[in-house]
Design a protein around this ligand. Sequence first.
Ligand code: UD1
Length: 418
Amino acid sequence: MQKLIINGGKKLSGEIRIQGAKNAALPIMAASVLCGEEIILHNCPRISDVYAAMRILTYLGCKAGFAEKNTAVLRAENVTETSISDELMREMRSSVFFLGAVLGRTGKCRITLPGGCDLGPRPIDMHLAALRRMGVTIKEEYGVLDCTAENGLKGANITLSFPSVGTTENIMLAAVLAEGTTVIQNAAREPEIADLAELLTSCGAKISGAGCGRIVIKGVKKLHGCEYSIMPDRIVCATYLSCAASAGGDIVVSDCRPSDMESILSIFEQMGCIVHSSADKIYFSAGRPLKAVSPVRTMVYPGFPTDAQAVVMAVLCRAKGTSVFVENIFENRFKHTGELCRMGADILVEGKTAVVKGVDRLYGAKICASDLRGGAGLVSAALSAEGTSEISNIHYIDRGYEEIETILSSAGADIIRV
Ligand code: UD1
């Protein structure tokens, strides 16, 4: 089992380049199933979730692989399989995107429930309800979902009870080749949704309003191939800012999109960090002393993202004063707090609230990642801790971060993978 060993207390400096966004890459890879021609994806991160999506594409009879460093080539001329094995479905939550895409291409799809990080219950009821409105019959037996659109997928008016990111994307995937127009009301507005729409539009889809609460998709007969560059990962960017805020120092973060990150940057500024942005760079100086921020409420975009909660909490463990976090998106997203407490943090969790009383110092400890972003939060905390930390279960971190130890050590951190 691999581990990260971190000796804390080394300031960060230099430039960190931000990888392509996992949460844009995964639905985009599913979208390739809808196109009969080659898709060349630049800025595609080499992370384990992307490799899992490639395994699903291969299983479906498509071709998928990296041509060079961060350029992936996906070819779905032939889709020979319409069911996805339980083993592949369980590898990640985003396997569910292949439901909308395979249905859109073939009119049928058989899956089991998707896996992914355990953040509390993660149902797919909204995905299924929307697909039913589009003419899909879903038979659910022994954990297997047998989905068929006997008369083809039909455009529909769909109002979401909550602006779910995955549901919005799955409807878009199902709707681009459907007959007629689909309107999604109360759609999620995350930037990754606009990125998916941009890729689909480059392939010939007719989509307007992506990134707004009302998305209109006019079904077309066929999609063609394209060459596309995936947007930067705003959560990875938040993570490296968190690492610099924890460890101290000045960094420049490049190839990012600060305009997508206002709610996150504002929290770092409230902590006392100095943040200057250009169109694709952030010049960041860690504040000292760090100030508590309260409350930090996770919200749908453009609010503060739940995915950045753990990495921001890692910094605030050492701030002066008490910070309060309210987690409004997932029911059980405070698992990292127990591990932060092993390092000397003072955190009380009650339901969806975590109260973080700043302490003077954290200590290195043997800690265990419990999910992707929680694991990233532990890396950030360990960089500021006195002594050595040993982080296990790092396969969670590898789901979303490309060479995290190489990037941090080139910025001055003392971190190795063993
Ligand atoms: C996506 C992101 C994830 C992020 C989350 C919230 C990807 C690949 N993942 O996940 O990193 O943390 O958005 O920004 O983009 N819900 C239901 N029924 C459903 C669907 C969702 O009850 O059918 C609930 C979920 O349990 C959760 C809330 O809605 O409480 C938000 O989920 P959603 O926006 O769908 O998140 P994901 O798409 O899973």
